[in-house]
Design a protein around this ligand. Structure first.
Ligand SMILES: Cc1ncc(C[n+]2csc(CCOP(=O)(O)OP(=O)(O)O)c2C)c(N)n1
Ligand code: SF4
Length: 339
């Protein structure tokens, strides 16, 4: 019997025939390309891969991937994806969402998906604005932000997506900027391998309605001082001269300068495997300009998945009660006809 070796797929094989309709210069292009590169590198099977999205510029993503896909309804991608994954646990299911789609109208769906630890990989394109509807403020817009719907500046506190995910006990959570190609690929690769919910916040430039929102974290001149690259098991050192670090002062993080008696041994060590998410939670609250903003993997732990537990439970109950009969169930108890 001969074994057929399928040909190795390339980036081109993951590009669909659809015309990409994002504005020239939009950060979404980089996210799409990095995803296609990672899929090719990982020899992903297209027929076992599904991208599910809601509504927004970012949610157009499934059209552009030569895989299965579903452009759903606003904020409901996690619900649709939950159904896809539970009915077909062997599929790799990705949820592509925006800060408006995932955190405004879809906030409720997102938190319950994460707390269940369903095996979905959720990528949140955070551009801190509604792009598709032409520039209204979003739940991640910073206080005071003037937009078309907040002409005098927003008076709301922004959501910190990673803090919310950690509050739902997320088992894998990471952050990266759209232009940080190597890190973005690395994070996608790790998310692809994770069992359970993986949540990735991508800082994405909407160069039409919120251009430069993340310049501090992406500009060559500032990024090394404005971000902290998280490395498992390594002390938290940052800065273009690698001379600054994060130390705990009681329960509070503080920036210290290395030298004059302070060494790497005084700094916090990053532990993405910590069972308690306390440290990751603290990192998720560090924001520019007071602190460097952490990028990379905050947390990566193993917990039972929803779909795995569901299958086990069905098997255990079936063993006890026998296979179910839907027709019998429908007609059990009182039934009546509606005229
Ligand atoms: C039920 C419903 N309410 C509102 C809208 C209008 N709407 C479409 S996209 C969107 C926000 C998109 O923002 P975001 O998720 O940040 O995506 P982006 O376009 O910035 O990528 C809104 C409010 C809609 N399509 N459906
Ligand atoms: S409006 Fe903004 S987010 Fe939407 S495609 Fe254009 S640049 Fe990208």
């Amino acid at each position: 019997m001969s074994t057929l070796n399928p040909p190795k797929l390339t980036v081109k094989d993951f590009k669909s025939d659809q015309e990409v309709r994002w504005c020239p210069g939009c950060g979404d292009y980089s996210i799409l390309l990095q995803m296609q590169k990672v899929m090719a590198d990982l020899a992903t099977e297209r027929h076992r891969t599904v991208f599910v999205a809601g509504i927004g510029c970012s949610s157009r993503f499934p059209y552009y991937m030569e895989t299965y896909g579903f452009h759903g309804i606003h904020g409901r991608a996690p619900a649709i994806a939950t159904g896809v994954k539970c009915a077909n646990p062997e599929l790799d299911v990705w949820v592509m969402t925006g800060d408006g789609d995932g955190l405004s109208i879809g906030g409720n769906h997102l938190i319950h998906t994460i707390r269940r630890n369903i095996g979905l990989k959720i990528v949140l394109f955070n551009n801190r604005i509604y792009g598709l509807t032409k520039g209204q403020y979003s739940p991640t817009s910073e206080r005071g932000k003037k937009t078309r719907s907040t002409p005098w500046g927003t008076i709301e506190n922004p959501i910190r997506p990673i803090t919310v995910a950690l509050g739902c006990e997320v088992t894998f959570v990471a952050r990266c900027a759209d232009v940080d190609i190597k890190l973005l690929q690395d994070v996608f690769r790790k998310a692809a391998a994770h069992k359970g919910t993986a949540f990735i916040e991508v800082y994405q430039d909407c160069n039409v309605y919120n251009h430069g929102a993340f310049d501090y974290a992406t500009d060559r001149q500032t990024k090394l001082d404005a971000t902290l690259i998280l490395e498992h098991g390594k002390p938290m050192i940052f800065g273009k001269d690698r001379n600054k670090g994060i130390r705990l002062n009681g329960m509070t993080p503080e920036i210290v300068e290395l030298g004059s008696g302070i060494t790497a041994d005084d700094l916090l060590i990053h532990d993405e495997k910590a069972t308690e998410p306390t440290l990751a939670f603290m990192l998720s609250r560090m924001t520019h300009p007071e602190f460097p903003e952490p990028v990379g993997v905050f947390r990566a732990v193993e917990e039972p998945t929803y779909e795995g537990q569901m299958e086990d439970q069905i098997a255990a109950v079936t063993k006890k009660l026998g296979a179910g009969n839907l027709d019998k169930l429908f007609n059990a108890g009182d039934t009546w006809d509606v005229d």
